[in-house]
Design a protein around this ligand. Structure first.
Ligand code: IPM
Ligand code: MG
Length: 355
């Protein structure tokens, strides 16, 4: 029997609730598909701070390296907001991404037909949207040196090396080849040298992919175009901070940020996480939407374990649950036939996926 070791980081806020549902679904499908998943829990973020004093314990850094993939919930919350920056939960996540070398963050933004009414945009604008945001994840202004916080002057540095831009561009072009073969590279080349550099290197990489149509867009325009006419996009390739912002904007096309998954891949073990945060305001109430995390588990099966058939089953089960009108609170106003809790949604998807 095929067997995989999965690192599990539940994290803070709604993290534990949504991860439990993803595991429920994984357990249900792995049995019926004839493979076995072993889970190893690790600490990160606020819960790691509470237990060990640091947001990214050494045990976690060592632990993830021994896994076939890592499934992650969410981190952060008001309890840890006043800590020094390097001790905050977010620093733990950024450190983990860097340690794991997961430089390529894939954030699909798709609109489920069943939820075309859930978006704040008109159904005609969003029906059929299928975008893949490819966000560079371990460079740019998030990590650039020098950086400094001081009472009179503070700064960060947006820096990209040739190698960093090349490798993320290659990921985006490879993905585009499997899709509609169109890439829009998003930057701010009219203002920033680092973006001019980004653009030139993306152009160079494009020469190896003559079938892919490459366009460029400034990030301010891209934010506007995502809302105006999202169907114009196939793959969006962009840097760390622009990708952070645009992927949140793109998530609202789908109607709820509680729906969208992500896969972070790169040098070795991949990290799979919903794009939303820890939602401390609703944590522990059992009302969070687990679908983004269940969908991230599906991406894990597809991208890290090569279990595509099972991934498809989970994706279909999510669609079926939505088509049948099951809704968590975030989607309550949209063609809901039955309101369900986080755990009930997990039961329903697990049931459909394992049939
Ligand atoms: C995300 C989050 C993180 C980021 C935070 C929590 C550090 O917003 O994954 O999009 O900015 O990358
Ligand atoms: Mg973000």
């Amino acid at each position: 029997m095929r067997s995989y070791k999965i690192g599990v980081i539940k994290g803070d806020g709604i993290g534990p609730e949504i991860i439990d549902e993803a595991i429920k679904v994984l357990d249900a499908v792995s049995v019926s598909e004839g493979f076995n998943l072993k889970y190893e829990e690790m600490l990160l973020g606020g819960s790691a701070i509470d237990e060990t004093g640091v947001p990214l314990p050494d045990e976690t850094i060592q632990g993830v390296k021994k896994c076939d993939a890592v499934l992650f919930g969410s981190i952060g919350g008001p309890k840890w907001d006043n800590l020094e920056r390097h001790l905050r939960p977010e620093s733990g996540l950024l450190g983990l991404r860097k340690e794991m070398g997961t430089f390529a963050n894939l954030r699909p933004a798709m609109v489920y037909d069943e939820l075309v009414n859930a978006s704040s945009l008109k159904p005609a604008v969003i029906k059929g949207v299928d975008i893949m945001v490819v966000r560079e994840l371990t460079g740019g202004i998030y990590f650039g040196q020098p950086r400094e916080y001081d009472a009179d002057k503070s700064y960060n540095t947006m820096v990209y090396t040739r190698e960093e831009v090349q490798r993320i561009a290659v990921v985006a072009f490879d993905i585009a080849m499997k899709r509609d073969k169109r890439i829009c590279s998003v930057d701010k080349a009219n203002v920033l040298e680092v973006s001019q550099f980004w653009r030139e290197i993306v152009e160079e990489v494009a020469k190896d992919y003559p079938e892919v149509e490459l366009t460029h867009m400034y990030v301010d325009n891209a934010a506007m175009q995502l809302i105006r006419d999202p169907k114009q996009f196939d793959v969006i390739l962009t840097g760390n901070i622009f990708g952070d912002i645009l992927s949140d904007a793109a998530s609202m096309l789908s109607g709820s940020i509680g729906l969208l998954p992500s896969a972070s891949t790169g040098k070795g073990v991949g990290l799979f996480e919903p794009i939303h945060g820890s939602a401390p305001d609703i944590a522990g109430q059992g009302i969070a939407n687990p679908l983004a995390t269940i969908s991230s588990a599906s991406m894990m099966l597809r991208y890290a374990l090569g279990e595509d058939t099972t991934a498809n089953k989970i994706d279909d089960a999510i669609k079926k649950a939505l088509a049948e009108g099951y809704r968590t609170g975030d989607l309550g106003n949209y063609d809901a036939k039955e309101m369900v809790t986080c755990s009930e949604m997990g039961d329903i998807v697990a049931d459909y996926a394992s049939r």
